[in-house]
Design a protein around this ligand. Structure first.
Ligand code: ADP
Ligand code: MG
Ligand code: ZN
Length: 631
């Protein structure tokens, strides 16, 4: 915007203000102040006096006016006003004669003028103030990005921060986070430790001529500690930490995001060595090829970010860290060497990592001695660091609820279930028949699981409804972690999932909707076997789908032709049906145990894996056709 335009805006503003003030004084104030005053003429006043209807008269209020009130007007609400006449000396007598109460007030001119001045100038002062703010805003938007007026948001009335980045600077010491606060993630830490050491001692690197990466990109699923790691780098190196979230860049007004980026880097430059952390960078850093749906603002911001990252002098020691869980959608320009050339994967923790994270967070709460975090870690495959931190907190909350002063193993166990399946739902009361159905269903899962070779042992079976909607569940816990699954293991898994429905069919001859979640899981395993893992006879080793959003569980998208898709469906159907048959056969072979265990479960509502195995493996004389696998 140029100077002329600015001047024109100011002139329009001034004219509006003057008009407003004139209108104000002419019409609004008088009508407010004199709404209750009626003007009359002198002869009317005199005839009112003669008719003895006047109650009080004020002779000298103001200079040239007489005000009076009439009798009969309730509580003298209406004030009449008339102009003073050159007095012939008879008025006072006349008033006396008619019994009017009269007085004369000497007006307090000073107070009146002060009040009048205030009333007249208050609006003016207000408008002048507004104009001053407007002017500032205009100047600022001109100076800072030169593209447009930024009247939005905090422009005119709000804070002064137009175009200022709202990166919060937290001093390294103040983040209070170091690598010690991040458990597991050893590879990520190692990779970032180098950056920390560079920031601590840039000269050492400069003297050899080594250049450190301008930026590192932390990628991984939500809750794995990306933000935490970035803070820890600043804490380790003891440098200022500027953090901003990608979404803060993207605002309604064009040019503002770019101004923020510029400002952020200016601040960082003054405080170098330091860390600039951009959280959720995918909001600005999306690929710029979106076709018709282009977003100018985002592109400008991204371009500014790219040029800033190229521009800064790395000997000073500014390192840009960014975090995202959608690396596939980032613009390739961001990823080229010289920008985010280092990619640090922050994956879901493995068994050892989960144990470490649990014990780390357990330090913040009071625990009974001898807690076994390994068991908890084993029953939470796929949990992120944030989930585990939440489990510890839930356990502490439960301990308080139960009136204990320290967290016990049982609290931990229960809170795992709360995180997995939701709270116990006391309001859901199952009828005896429904309870029976659920008991058979869960026992069905457990028996199929227990008969499989190498399957995860059953740890707990329960038919207490949960807030997630589950009416019961069977918990299986792996002995240890494995990273490869065979085709047989996947088929076994499908059979276990079919076990619930199979038991219902076998005993009640009828299906219920209680198996919907099982069906969904079984189908998705079968689908992955066919389309991703090359485990079907029909297709062999051909990838038929492409994974979307790996870190956000986006599932797969079929990339094959329609005809093939039909075949895929048939193959998936066949795999699930195979599992269903296996489950039916297993349960038929263990029919007696199924009855006994289901009744036991219905009575006790929750049984442990040991109780289950004790009954299941007990020799009653009827040897089943299939030998159970003792664990
Ligand atoms: P992200 O940014 O990857 O989504 P955060 O860094 O915000 O995840 O992590 C959320 C919380 O989870 C942290 O504040 C911390 O309490 C906990 N957490 C996650 N990962 C870890 C870890 N490896 N060690 C310790 N705590 C962790
Ligand atoms: Mg985060
Ligand atoms: Zn089930």
């Amino acid at each position: 915007m140029d100077k002329n335009k600015q001047r024109r805006t100011m002139i329009i503003y001034m004219v509006t203000v003057i008009l407003a003030i004139v209108l104000f004084n002419q019409f609004l104030w008088p009508s407010v102040l004199q709404s209750q005053v009626k003007r009359t003429n002198y002869s009317e006043f005199l005839s009112s006096v003669d008719a003895s209807v006047v109650a009080t008269v004020d002779l000298n209020r103001g200079d040239e006016t007489i005000t009076y009130t009439l009798r009969g007007d309730d509580s003298n609400k209406v004030i009449y006003e008339t102009t003073k006449f050159p007095d012939d000396g008879t008025l006072v007598n006349r008033l006396e004669k008619h019994g009017v109460e009269f007085k004369a007030t000497v007006p307090d001119t000073r107070a009146a003028t002060a009040l009048a001045l205030l009333i007249n100038f208050l609006p003016l002062i207000f408008f002048i103030y507004l104009g001053w703010r407007l002017n500032r805003t205009l100047k600022k938007s001109m100076g800072e990005d030169g593209t447009s007026m930024n009247f939005g948001g905090d422009g005119l009335f709000g804070g002064m921060g137009v175009g200022r980045s709202n990166a919060k600077e937290v001093k390294g010491e103040e983040t209070g986070v170091t690598f010690k606060d991040v458990a597991g993630q050893d590879e990520a830490k190692e990779s970032l430790a180098e950056i920390a050491s560079f920031l601590e001692n840039p000269e050492r690197y400069a003297s050899i001529g080594a250049k450190l990466p301008h930026g590192a990109l932390l990628v991984g699923p939500p809750g794995t500690g990306k933000t935490l790691l970035a803070k820890a780098v600043a804490g380790e190196a003891n440098v200022p930490f500027f953090s901003i979230s990608g979404s803060e860049f993207v605002e309604m007004f064009v040019g503002r995001g770019a101004a923020r980026v510029r400002d952020l880097f200016k601040q960082a430059n003054e405080r170098a060595p330091c860390i600039v952390f951009i959280d959720e960078i995918d909001t600005v850093g999306k690929r710029r090829d979106a076709g018709l749906m282009t977003n100018d603002e985002r592109e400008q911001t991204l371009n500014q970010l790219l040029s800033e990252m190229d521009g800064f002098d790395n000997h000073k020691g500014i390192v840009v860290l960014a975090a995202t869980n959608r690396p596939d959608s980032l613009d390739p320009a961001l990823l080229r060497p010289g920008r985010f050339d280092r990619r640090v994967p922050v994956e879901l923790p493995d068994l050892a990592g989960r144990t470490a994270i649990l014990s780390l967070h357990a330090k913040d709460v009071k625990c009974l001695p001898g807690l076994d975090f390994g068991v908890i870690a084993r029953s939470t495959p796929g949990a992120s660091g944030a989930d585990l931190a939440n489990i510890i907190n839930e356990a502490a909350l439960r301990a308080v609820r139960e009136g204990r002063s320290a967290v016990s193993q049982e609290d931990l166990q229960e809170s795992v279930e709360v995180v997995i399946a939701g709270e116990k739902r006391k309001s859901t009361v199952l009828s005896e028949h429904e309870k029976q159905v659920v008991a058979y269903h869960e026992t069905g899962h457990a028996i199929v699981a227990a008969t499989q070779k190498g399957g995860a042992p059953v740890q707990k079976i329960t038919i207490v409804p949960r807030t997630s909607g589950a009416l019961g569940y069977t918990m299986q816990v792996e002995e240890d972690e494995h990273f490869l699954s065979t085709k047989q293991e996947m088929k076994d898994r499908i059979a276990v999932l079919c076990g619930g429905r199979a038991a219902e069919e076998l005993i009640f001859g009828e299906a219920t909707n209680g198996a919907s979640n099982d069906i969904e899981k079984a189908t998705s395993i079968a689908h992955a076997m066919v389309t991703q893992y090359g485990m079907s006879e029909t297709f062999g080793m051909v990838a038929l789908g492409q994974q979307r959003n790996r870190y956000l569980g986006g599932g797969t998208e079929l990339t094959c032709s329609e005809g093939t898709a039909e075949q895929v469906d048939r193959e998936v159907q066949r795999l699930v049906e195979e599992g269903h048959q296996t489950a039916l056969n297993t349960l038929k072979a263990h029919r007696f145990k199924l009855h006994e265990l289901a009744r036991y479960l219905q009575k006790k509502e929750t049984i442990t894996g040991e109780e289950f195995m004790a009954i299941f493996t007990r020799d009653d004389g009827f040897a089943p056709k299939l030998q159970p696998q003792a664990q």
